[in-house]
Ligand binder design. Structure first.
Ligand code: AMP
Length: 435
């Protein structure tokens, strides 16, 4: 299968050659001809499958074909809605590369930056708009956007947009768009009931393309867990990073505060690390991401939402410093490595408190994740934390996760040097208070 057989014109084939793609990915092979034929489409695909090109290329092809029609000039003809600024920028980067030889103007719309230039772009007429729903709603409310000639609507990462509470905004935006002559494409990692409802609302006789199992992580990612106590996580992370094979590493934490804390601690240990989360300004986020892409940062620590648009080539490892409570987040996180069929690695730190979430995940993905002892990691060597001024004794403080070396049976420690993994035993009878 080659791109030549999918119905794309010479200008796009040229830029595809220039970006270096030789064969279409499965979702591209299936989706591109259907979109060029004018179908509405539901694309169910994990991140990293090449889905951005799967909707961008045929859309650009159609836009180019009809570009000589004078009634279409000066009007916005395609709108892509996407959940985060990073993702908008990412899609824009892709579009710019693919549309290099096409006479199309593209604008990005997202919050956290001055809206002046975005308004101007909309007023002067751009062919394609890539936007987050919130800022676009604001600008539509100011009457600066004209979507009366819209031919394409793309809802990218629709599941995430619903999770982030964008549905009311999306509904309002779509209500303002022409129904007739509009082709609608919806992409999502999973096909939940809510997504199905959305497709009924917005799409017309859609075709469905589904790549891989609905909630299964990308098959190219090697996954394992390390059992660890909460207080030993930072030590374990630092220990793992002594291995240079962890070359470009994306670390996930649950909270923004946690992301900053981990990045700072790594920097203190002379490991080049940065953090991105929604409390940081757009500039700070963009700089950290760029430094990570350029290899100036070896580790990027992120929260789920901020990491949404991260498409950095060659992320060798994803580390779940905090185990994600929802299986969907796990799938998204590990999809940041192993992209476009490179082998990637996903390591998850699992504390006793996470055992429920781990079980739920494994049920969902119908797979047991390999439990591996971290090679050479000896928790008994971790210096004790300074004594706290809490009541004497230890046990039942509720927070109770400070590390106590165990001679045997403690996770990650005890019996010998670790090394290879054994089939996992559950956390078994270890008590996990509070869950
Ligand atoms: P996506 O799933 O759209 O985020 O794409 C994941 C990565 O795959 C991006 O870095 C793309 O540049 C890359 N990619 C997309 N299509 C192809 C292709 N046909 N061949 C090689 N790499 C691709």
């Amino acid at each position: 299968m080659s791109f030549e057989t999918l119905g794309l014109g010479p200008n796009l084939l040229r830029s595809i050659g220039e970006v270096g793609y030789s064969t279409p990915t499965p979702i591209q092979a299936e989706a591109i001809p259907l979109i060029i034929d004018g179908n509405d489409l539901i694309g169910i695909a994990q991140t990293g499958t090449g889905k951005t090109a799967a909707f961008t290329l045929p859309m650009l092809e159609t836009l180019e074909r009809l570009t000589s029609d004078p009634s279409r000039r000066g009007k916005t003809r395609a709108l892509v809605l996407s959940p985060t600024r990073e993702l908008v920028v990412q899609i824009h980067d892709n579009v710019s590369a693919y549309a290099k030889h096409l006479p199309l103007k593209v604008a990005t719309i997202y919050g956290g930056v001055n809206e002046g230039p975005q308004k101007k772009a909309l007023q002067h007429g751009v062919d394609l708009v890539i936007a987050t729903p919130g800022r676009l709603m604001d600008l539509m409310g100011q009457g600066v956007a004209d979507f009366s000639g819209l031919e394409f609507l793309v809802l990218d990462e629709a599941d995430r947009m619903l999770d982030m509470g964008f549905l009311p905004n999306i509904r309002k935006i779509v209500l303002e768009l022409p129904k007739k002559g509009r082709q609608t494409l919806l992409f999502s990692a999973t096909l939940s009931r809510d997504i199905e409802k959305l497709t009924k609302e917005f799409l017309y006789k859609p075709k469905t393309v589904e790549i891989g199992r609905r909630t299964n992580p990308a098959d190219t990612v090697e996954q394992c867990i390390h059992q660890v106590t909460k207080s030993a996580k930072m030590h374990l992370l630092t220990h793992l990073l002594e291995d240079n094979q962890l070359h470009t590493v994306l670390v996930f934490t649950r909270t923004k505060y946690g992301a900053d804390r981990v990045a700072k601690q790594l920097s203190r240990n002379k490991i080049k690390a940065g953090a991105i989360h929604s409390n940081r300004t757009q500039n700070q986020r963009a700089r950290a991401l760029q430094d990570f892409k350029d290899g100036k940062l070896r580790v990027l620590v992120a929260t789920d939402i901020a990491a949404r648009g991260i498409d950095v080539e060659g992320i060798t490892h994803v580390i779940n410093f905090d185990f994600p409570p929802h299986p969907e987040d796990y799938v998204h996180r590990i999809g940041r490595t192993g992209r476009a069929n490179n082998v990637g690695h996903a390591i998850s730190f699992v504390t006793p408190d996470d055992s429920g979430a781990l079980r739920t995940l494994e049920r969902k993905i119908k797979r047991t994740i390999y439990n591996k002892r971290p090679e050479g990691f000896d928790p008994s060597k971790i210096p004790s934390p300074p004594p706290q001024s809490s009541p004497a004794g230890r046990g039942n403080s509720g927070g109770g996760s400070s590390f106590r070396p165990k001679k045997s049976g403690g996770f990650g420690g005890g019996g010998g040097s670790g090394g290879g993994g054994k089939p996992r035993r559950r956390f078994g009878q270890r008590r996990s208070s509070g869950r």
